[in-house]
Design a protein. Structure first.
Ligand code: TPP
Ligand code: MG
Length: 644
């Protein structure tokens, strides 16, 4: 018998005498013989593994007390960035910073928001940033939290929205507890999302952190904006600030936005002024009310139509020059087309059919002059193909759309003489007539199947509009594929609409709307969102966060009990293959069982109404829910809809 074996067998005998103070058995309260748990059966891999590290470590000689921590300094740095909120799902890898935010930072600037999924945290930040104009911080666990966050991060990236994301990591292998901390650490944790964040870093010291933290903010908020990622070493967060360490926090520069080249802007003005039928198209253009006001000024000066692709709230929907729903008509006539911050210039000026076979055709004449103004060309990555089809424009002006508008307006105004003014007025009159006819048509279309059950999406939107139009309302998400509210309602300010997901990743609407609702809360606005049932099933825990943080928001569930878009695609495929559409519900519907969204809401502490399939019950249910929201709480109305 080897010596090694003998000594270990003695150790085992000692343990069996019950003298090992550090054993789990010694720490457990004694139970009467009768209630002693039965010895574990063969549970295979299900038996929880003991924390060997804790059991075998001698107790520390001195109780560790430290008056500073790296996390405290990190919070001090964050405070200089004027970040109001930090959305988290709690995780030990950032426990140092979390504790510092709560106790050192007094849970203000940033204040923690408790989220039930990392995807919710990031999407909340996306909706918040667009509505408030500034980033929210998000903290997630190391590898696993970041993996959950990744799709929402991709949406933010595609939408060019700043997200200030931090994750925890343990860089020194010697410091990782066995088990989870190894699985939650990575050599290069950002690798999984590097294709769709603008910048990332893993600071090795607190000085390094300070610089990277300020740099990250600057990069995220410089157009084209985007998410950034800082990986925070747990030791750096938790340990004291090293003795004698002189730390300073770099200042955050005021960012002057890039404007389009003066000569190119003057050329654009010349083309616009001399055109017979100029068209302006915009997408992610207006960041502020000034952006919308300037676009109105430019359009009114030229009396030309504006097509809004709705990536932001760019142009008032009831304005006589808003021809977003006559895109095909106005482009067919256009001789000059100027696109502002178009995510997809090619897509905006082409028709594309993808239901049966994939084919496309230009919507404009080959002789039309095409110009783009925006920052999209400044920043492109290779792998993910969100950069869209190549837009072969005649002139690409690289500059921020909103920031370039003043010089363009000035140039245009300089060139417009009295004769032109007269011609423009005549053009504007015709456009106003067409717009009026379009609005009347929309109102009439909305009455089709008015009394139908399930409820038409047009009736839903008309009822909703009837109850909110006298409030300072804000529609922050729309699962009705963009049509009815924008056709019917009077969106007249930038906060009336908050854009779309960017990456088309479902699960965005519910949490992004909540983030926008949080931003609106400070202004006392009535926040409303129309949420697909499928979308809400991805991120239902959002409702709990709404209740927990008392965020007033009205969720309308556009409940067609299906992933209806996909249902229609499967129908289209079945049609193409001449096999009948009877089976298209397989894998595409959300029935059997039906989801009780009102019950779900109530279970999270949110006022729930519905399911409502009788259109006459809709108005009273909306009124009750709006009353709840107006007193500062969230509410949900589940509306059984047909899809149109
Ligand atoms: C993460 C993700 N998964 C799946 C899809 C495919 N998808 C596109 S629309 C859609 C349906 C969403 O359902 P719902 O919100 O109810 O909208 P509806 O189509 O019923 O109007 C799905 C599953 C996606 N875009 N993103
Ligand atoms: Mg649906």
């Amino acid at each position: 018998m080897s010596k090694k074996f003998r000594s270990s067998s003695i150790g085992r005998r000692g343990f069996l005498k019950g003298v090992s103070l550090t054993s789990a058995a010694a720490l457990a309260p004694a139970l009467p013989a009768k209630t002693q748990p039965a010895p574990p059966q063969n549970l295979g891999g299900l038996v929880p593994r003991p924390n060997l590290a804790a059991e075998t470590m001698p107790p520390p000689k001195d109780l560790v007390t430290q008056s500073t921590s790296g996390g405290d300094f990190m919070v001090d740095v964050l405070k200089t960035l004027d970040i109001d909120y930090c959305a988290i799902n709690p995780a030990s890898m950032f426990r140092g910073v979390q504790e510092a935010i709560i106790n050192h930072g007094k849970n203000t600037k940033p204040e923690l928001l408790t989220c039930t999924h990392e995807e919710i945290a990031v999407a909340m930040a996306q909706g918040y940033a667009k509505m408030s104009g500034k980033p929210m911080a998000v903290m997630t666990h190391g590898t696993v939290g970041l993996q959950h966050a990744s799709m929402a991060l991709y949406n933010s990236y595609c939408d060019r929205v700043p997200i200030y994301l931090m994750i925890g990591n343990i860089m020194n292998a010697d410091k990782r507890a066995p088990g989870g901390e190894w699985a939650h650490s990575a050599q290069d944790p950002a690798a999984i999302v590097r294709d769709f964040v603008k910048w990332d870093d893993q600071p090795a010291s607190l000085r390094h952190f300070a610089e990277s933290a300020v740099r990250a903010y600057k990069i995220a908020t410089t157009p084209p904006m985007g998410p950034v990622l800082l990986s925070l070493d747990a030791e750096l967060q938790e340990n004291p600030i090293p003795d004698g360490e002189e730390l300073r926090i770099p200042k955050l520069a005021k960012i002057a936005l890039p404007q389009g080249d003066g000569g190119a802007v003057a050329e654009t003005a010349r083309l616009l002024v001399s055109a017979q039928s100029p068209v302006l198209i915009c997408d992610r253009m207006a960041r502020t009310q000034a952006g919308m006001d300037r676009l109105v000024e430019l359009a009114e000066t030229l009396q030309c139509p504006v097509v809004d692709m709705f990536g932001r709230m760019n142009f008032p929907t009831r304005h006589p020059l808003n021809h977003s729903f006559r895109r095909t008509g106005v482009l067919a006539n256009a001789d000059v087309i100027v696109g502002f911050e178009l995510n997809d210039y090619w897509g905006a000026v082409h028709g594309f059919e993808d239901r049966i076979i994939r084919r496309s055709a230009p919507l404009f004449r080959p002789s039309a002059k095409t110009i783009s103004i925006g920052v999209r060309d400044i920043f492109t990555k290779a792998n993910y193909q969100e950069f869209q089809r190549y837009p072969d424009v005649d002139l690409a002006i690289v500059g921020d759309g909103e920031a370039t508008l003043p010089s363009l307006i000035e140039e245009v105004k300089r060139l417009v003489d009295a004769n032109r003014k007269l011609a423009y007025e005549a053009r504007g009159k015709k456009l106003a007539e067409a717009k009026f006819a379009m609005l009347e048509q929309a109102k009439s279309d909305a009455t089709i199947a008015w009394d139908a059950s399930p409820i038409t999406t047009s009736r839903l939107c008309a009822e909703l509009w009837g109850q909110i139009h006298n409030e300072d309302w804000s529609l922050v998400g729309n699962g009705i594929r963009m049509t009815w509210p924008h056709r019917l309602w009077n969106f007249d300010r930038t906060h009336r609409w908050n854009g779309v997901s960017g990456g088309g990743g479902v699960g965005y609407n519910a949490p992004a709307s909540l983030g926008a609702g949080l931003a609106n809360k400070a202004h006392g606005r009535l926040t409303v969102t129309i949420n697909g049932d499928g979308d809400l099933m991805f991120t239902p825990g959002t409702l709990w966060t709404a209740a927990h943080h008392r965020i007033p928001i009205l969720y309308i569930v556009h409940n067609n009990r299906a992933y209806h878009q996909e249902y229609m695609y499967v129908q289209a495929m079945a049609n193409r293959h001449a096999r009948g559409i009877e089976n298209a519900h397989v894998g595409t519907t959300i029935t059997d069982p039906n989801v009780d969204f009102a019950g779900l809401a109530r279970s999270f502490g949110v006022h729930g109404e519905g399911p409502i399939s009788d259109p006459n019950e809709l108005g009273p249910a909306l009124a009750r829910a709006i009353a709840v929201v107006k007193r500062g709480e969230p509410a949900l109305v589940d509306v059984i809809t047909e899809s149109r």
